[in-house]
Design a protein around this ligand. Structure first.
Ligand code: GUN
Length: 283
């Protein structure tokens, strides 16, 4: 049976470190890191994320503002809010929760957020920096995965790393971070041939496709490290990842549960980025 990577505990440990760092920074500079979160419309999942982000800010001692805008908000109104937050010295990080309602252009918002306040690291400037390996803002979910591996004592150098999923938020930046950590990286997606066979090569398998219980024991090598980025709801309403935990766990050496694995880490990395943004703002 695999070691279960406890994302909740690792996340709590990192948040405790961030809280200390935040207090020390405040004592030295009088500046409290500030995060603004924007949410448009009433997507229930997004509302949960926003609530969790506000709680995390309180936990580490940040100032936070939440803008819960109606679904019919126009692009002009949203742009004006971003412009105002870009100019606000009390705000060091701006996050606009995605997805946005269909009539709004996500790309326009991503481009409008000041790259120095882009704590999601979605702006092309920050994406480019991640690509070349010289970056201060971490891509939150992939960085959360890296922190879980590191704090579980898992070495990446020379390992076969298979990332399944090629989104801009997870798959692509995840591949980059594993590459920077000297992994041998393969990125798979919906058009990959012989997916099971490629997955079976993995020493470290990162599942990020958004399909409930998709990865089964036959797709996993004995002793592999299995990281489940999925967060799906089954027909019966229960939460599950992309990995069929029951069948895969006995075969893996390490595995992340859902919930309580990668999920809590994403927001913790966002907190880390917000502190970094505040530090850079006073420099
Ligand atoms: N929606 C789902 N994940 C994320 C995220 O990490 N950042 C933002 N802004 N929206 C999301």
């Amino acid at each position: 049976m695999a070691n279960i990577i406890n994302g909740k505990a690792i996340s709590a440990a990192i948040r405790a470190e961030l809280k200390e760092e935040t207090e020390a920074f405040f004592k030295k500079t009088g500046v409290r890191p500030g995060l603004a979160v924007i949410i448009v419309g009433e997507d229930p999942a997004s509302q949960v994320y926003v609530r969790n982000k506000r709680r995390a800010c309180e936990e580490v001692g940040f100032y936070s503002e939440a803008y819960e805008l109606p679904a019919e908000t126009t692009q002009t109104e949203l742009n004006a809010l971003v412009d105002r937050l870009n100019a606000d010295p009390a705000i060091h990080g701006i996050l606009c929760q995605l997805p946005l309602p269909k009539h709004l252009d996500e790309n326009e918002v991503i481009l409008r957020i000041d790259p120095q306040k882009d704590v999601d690291a979605f702006h092309p400037t920050n994406v480019g920096k991640i690509m070349i390996g010289d970056y201060s803002f971490l891509p939150c979910t992939p960085a959360g995965v890296m922190a879980l591996l590191e704090r579980s004592g898992i070495d990446i150098t020379g390992k076969e790393c298979v990332v399944v999923g090629r989104s801009n938020i997870v798959g692509k930046p995840q591949a980059m971070l594993l590459l920077h950590a000297n992994g041998t990286v393969t990125v798979c997606h919906s058009r990959t041939k012989n997916l099971a066979e490629v997955c079976r090569r993995a020493d470290i398998l990162v599942a990020a496709i958004g399909k409930a219980d998709f990865f089964t024991a036959d797709m996993v090598k004995e002793g592999a490290v299995v990281i489940d980025v999925g967060m799906n709801r089954r027909a019966d309403g229960t939460l599950t990842g992309d990995v069929d935990f029951e069948s895969v766990a006995p075969k893996a050496s390490f595995i992340t549960p859902v919930p309580g694995g990668v999920g809590p880490m994403t927001i913790t990395m966002l907190m880390q980025n917000t502190l970094t943004a505040a530090k850079q703002a006073v420099n």
